[in-house]
Design a protein around this ligand. Structure first.
Ligand code: G3P
Length: 214
C-alpha cells in the first residue's frame, strides 16, 4: 500500500514529520511519502523521504506570478504531485494541463476526485493514479473506507472501466491501520491522509500504527 501524508498548511514541523515518515518507511513493506507545502519541498526532500508536491499549475516557464511550476517542484526534490485536491480544485482543462506539466518533469501524478463519476473522468486523462476523497469526510476522523465503502468500491470500478492501468487510492478521515486495511480490501492501492499524522501529538506513533497491520 502507498501512504501519502499530505501536510496541507497545518502548523506542524515538516522536517520532523518527514523524518518520521522516512524512518517508518524503512520498517515496513508499505510505501510512505510526504507532501509538504511548496516552500518546504527542498528541505523535506533533503531528509531522504519520498517527497510529493501538493499541486502544480498547468504552466510552462514564463510570466506566471504566484504559480507552482512542475520543473521547479522536481528540481527541489519532488518525485510526484497531487493534482485537483479538493482544497485546490482545477477546471478539467487545467487538470489536463497540470498532468502534462507533471509529465514533462517526470513527476508521478495522483488526480483527486470527489466521487466515482469524477474518478472516471480523471482516469481518462491518464494520470498514474486517481484518489477518491469525499470532501465532507476530510478532516473529520471518520474514515471513508469504513463510513462510505460503496464510494470507494464504485471509484475502483469506474477507474477500471476507463483505464485498468490507473491505480486508485482513497482518502478522508483515514487515521488507523484498520482504515488502511479496509481501503486495501476495497481494492485501492493506497491512501491519502493528513490530520491523522500532521495533527498527531506523536506523528511517529501515528505512522507506526497506520502501517502495523500491513
Ligand atoms: O489529502 C488527504 C486529505 O484531504 C485527507 O485529509 O485530514 O481527512 O486525513 P484527512
Amino acid at each position: 500500500m502507498f501512504v501519502l501524508v499530505n501536510l496541507k498548511t497545518y502548523p506542524c514541523d515538516p522536517i520532523a514529520i518527514a523524518e518520521a515518515v522516512r524512518d517508518v518507511n524503512d520498517t515496513t513493506d508499505a510505501r510512505l511519502a510526504v507532501a509538504p507545502q511548496a516552500a518546504h519541498i527542498e528541505r523535506v526532500a533533503e531528509t531522504g523521504v519520498e517527497t510529493w508536491a501538493q499541486h502544480v499549475d498547468p504552466i510552462e516557464y514564463g510570466s506566471n506570478t504566484g504559480h507552482t511550476l512542475a520543473e521547479t517542484a522536481a528540481d527541489a526534490g519532488a518525485v510526484g504531485t497531487l493534482i485537483n485536491h479538493s482544497e485546490r480544485r482545477l477546471k478539467l482543462a487545467d487538470i489536463d494541463g497540470a498532468l502534462r506539466a507533471a509529465e514533462r518533469s517526470d513527476l508521478e501524478t495522483i488526480v483527486c476526485a470527489n466521487n466515482p463519476t469524477q474518478v472516471g473522468a480523471a482516469a481518462a486523462l491518464e494520470p498514474d493514479a486517481v484518489a477518491v476523497e469525499p470532501p465532507e469526510l476530510i478532516g473529520t476522523g471518520t474514515p471513508v473506507s469504513q463510513a462510505d465503502p460503496d464510494i470507494v468500491r464504485d471509484a475502483v470500478e469506474a477507474a477500471e472501466t476507463v483505464d485498468p492501468d490507473v491505480a486508485v487510492l482513497c482518502g478522508a478521515g483515514i487515521s488507523t491501520g484498520d482504515d488502511v486495511v479496509s481501503a486495501s480490501d476495497l481494492g485501492t492501492e493506497g491512501v491519502l491522509l493528513a490530520s491523522g499524522v500532521a495533527k498527531a501529538d506523536d506523528p511517529t506513533a501515528a505512522l507506526e500504527s497506520l502501517v502495523e497491520p500491513l
